[in-house]
Design a binder for this molecule. Structure first.
Ligand SMILES: [Zn+2]
Length: 236
């Protein structure tokens, strides 16, 4: 796994654009918002110094792994793709370092999928809902091989979205079956049990089924975090 690199200068931007091919034809596959706030029992709320971070994961045809970006202290963002008729695909990106407030020298990083010339880094040129953009105080990024979440044990053990690639999870021995993702009570043809039952078994026996208890192992460090991917079930 690569070390994190920060985007603090024009040179950092050029390095990022070069290594990711300007994020041409990448796809956003994960987005985690961390508010960094907490509340007490008096309904008083606090926010920490590093609050409001966004972690975004992209698959890319140009990099040997995922592009993982963490936008620290986000002050404005819009994500396109969840709306009907809009896509998660990033055709290209542009990044710039800008002063956004007249009375402050504070520099913000503007990352946008808008490309050129529509979004050339000027905040007022960003369009919603068509542009995915994130404005934050700092951005760090790395190329990393992230696994996908196992629908049974919840650890990140699959090197691909677990939908019918005929793989077993090494932590719980769940056998990848697309039909089970859409229906928790659908019986996995290979295992003879449903995903609902497999999850219950894992909580008690650390395996999706009794007969696999001697075959499972504890999750590795790189299986504790990854891409949260699952098809929502109609019968959750
Ligand atoms: Zn598993």
């Amino acid at each position: 796994m690569e070390d994190w690199r920060y985007i603090n200068s024009q040179r950092d931007i050029e390095e990022f654009v070069k290594e990711t091919m300007g994020m041409h034809d990448t796809v956003m596959v994960g987005l985690d918002y961390m508010a960094g706030t907490w509340g007490d029992d008096m309904a008083t709320y606090f926010s920490g110094p590093n609050s409001k971070n966004l972690r975004v994961i992209f698959t890319s045809p140009w990099t040997n792994g995922n592009i993982e970006m963490i936008f620290e202290t986000v002050c404005r963002f819009n994500v396109s793709g969840w709306q009907e008729c809009y896509s998660d695909e990033i055709l290209e990106c542009s990044i710039s370092l800008e002063k956004l407030k007249k009375n402050s020298d504070e520099i913000y990083v503007i990352w946008t999928s808008g490309g050129t010339p529509r979004a050339c880094g000027k905040e007022e040129l960003l369009l919603e809902p068509i542009d995915t953009y994130i404005i934050s105080k700092r951005v760090r990024w790395r190329i990393t091989k992230l696994n996908y979440k196992c629908p049974c044990c919840g650890y990140y053990t699959f090197g691909h979205p677990p939908m019918g690639e005929l793989d077993n999870c090494p932590v719980c021995c769940w056998f990848d079956d697309t039909e089970c993702l859409g229906d928790l009570d659908y019986v996995n043809a290979c295992l003879g049990i449903s995903l609902r039952q497999a999850r219950k078994n894992f909580l008690v026996k650390r395996a999706c089924k009794d007969e696999f208890m001697s075959e499972v192992r504890l999750p590795l460090e790189n299986e504790l975090d990854g891409i949260n991917w699952i098809i929502p079930s109609k019968k959750w």
